[in-house]
Design a protein around this ligand. Structure first.
Ligand code: NAD
Ligand code: UDP
Length: 312
């Protein structure tokens, strides 16, 4: 029986590797393409030896050559945590612009369906709450986060242009903060930072007064939503995330409680342009995809903390 072939750029990263697992489970052949800038072969070591999986080490800002038939391209390559994209600002801009251009060019050549991993960061520091897909955002183009936010906004514009002018079959997912096993302990994001600090008995570093909010989605829910979007007919962006909103201070307290840690919380400087609120409106995903998240924070955090315990 014919197996559709999917390319996952950024396939050795946190989300990309979970997507590879999901696509293989759904009966696809998968080619992960990654330059290992922020990803790791450890994330896909379970897949080496699987005859339907292959890995290509390549920087997707350069021409991508893949022989044979390709049915789907999921473009996930990009530094994604604030620490990573501040460390690699030019690479972030390049992979969002040149990398998206190369991946779309490959989709056009192969007549493959293309899915872009976009982000809630396109909404910037939002003045609409919760954020729905028709909100155009409030982004500072020249601030430190601009390298990521504007690259993703450009990537969305390029994806829509390839759809409209070249007839490429495209999808855009706007991903909200997602967590789970295979996150790096040192990627600087709130969840691995707090869990790592709690498990090591260090102070938890809450930035600002901790009144800013986020809404955390467990990775299996995200991957299910993305797969449903890939299989749907929706061209315009769809939010995927868990609407359970929490302040960062409450979140730090929750991590202390679940880990049973006696660490303290300390308050440090708030990063420039840190969004004050973030919560996905997921009505569109519910209606069009019949999707909503199933894993609550209590359960998802439990699994993730067990994963991090083994890493420390
Ligand atoms: P990650 O850093 O774990 O994965 C990104 C992968 O892309 C890494 O394996 C990295 O080596 C690879 N990469 C970077 N530049 C590349 C290049 N030029 N060529 C080839 N590979 C390259 O991050 P993640 O959290 O898995 O994020 C994956 C995608 O999802 C990103 O596009 C990110 O913007 C998006 N996203 C993630 C979240 C989240 O909460 N994790 C939220 C919103 C959007
Ligand atoms: N944050 C924090 N302490 C940390 C890391 C992050 O208080 O050690 C805050 C950060 O300022 C932001 C929130 O937690 O308000 C979520 O940050 P993260 O880096 O996870 O993702 P973001 O949503 O900002 O992209």
């Amino acid at each position: 029986m014919y197996k559709p072939t999917a390319i996952v750029t950024g396939g050795a990263g946190f989300l990309g590797s979970h997507l590879c697992d999901k696509l293989l489970l759904e009966g696809f052949k998968v080619i992960a393409v990654d330059n290992l800038l922020t990803g790791s072969l450890n994330n896909i070591s379970n897949l080496f030896g699987n005859e339907n999986f292959s890995f290509v080490k390549h920087d997707v800002t350069n021409y991508i050559f893949i022989p044979g038939r390709v049915d789907f391209i999921l473009h996930f390559a990009s530094p994604a945590s604030p620490i990573d994209y501040l460390k690699f600002p030019i690479q972030t801009l390049k992979v969002g612009s040149l990398g998206t251009h190369k991946a779309l060019g490959l989709a056009k050549e192969k007549k493959a369906r293309f899915l872009l991993a976009s982000t809630s960061e396109v909404y910037g520091d939002p003045s609409i709450h919760p954020q729905s897909e028709d909100y155009w955002g409030n982004v500072n183009p020249i601030g430190p986060r601009g390298v990521y936010d504007e690259a993703k906004r450009f990537a969305e514009a390029l994806t829509m242009a390839y759809n409209r002018y070249h007839g490429v079959d495209t999808r855009i997912v706007r991903i909200f903060n997602t967590y789970g096993p295979r996150m790096r302990l040192d990627d600087g994001r709130a969840l691995p930072a707090f869990v790592g600090q709690a498990l090591r008995g260090e102070d938890l570093t809450v930035f600002g007064d901790g009144s800013q909010t986020r809404s955390f989605c467990y990775v299996s829910d995200l991957v299910d939503g993305i797969f449903k979007l890939l299989m749907s007919n929706e061209i315009e962006p769809v939010n995927i995330g868990n609407p359970a909103e929490i302040t960062i201070k409450q979140f730090a307290e929750e991590v202390l409680k679940i880990t049973g840690s006696s660490s303290k919380i300390i308050y440090t400087e708030l990063p420039v342009d840190d969004p004050k609120v973030r919560q996905p409106n997921i009505e569109k995903a519910k209606t069009i995809l019949g999707w909503s998240p199933l894993v609550d924070r209590q359960k998802g955090l439990g699994i993730t903390i067990e994963y991090f315990k083994k890493k420390i």
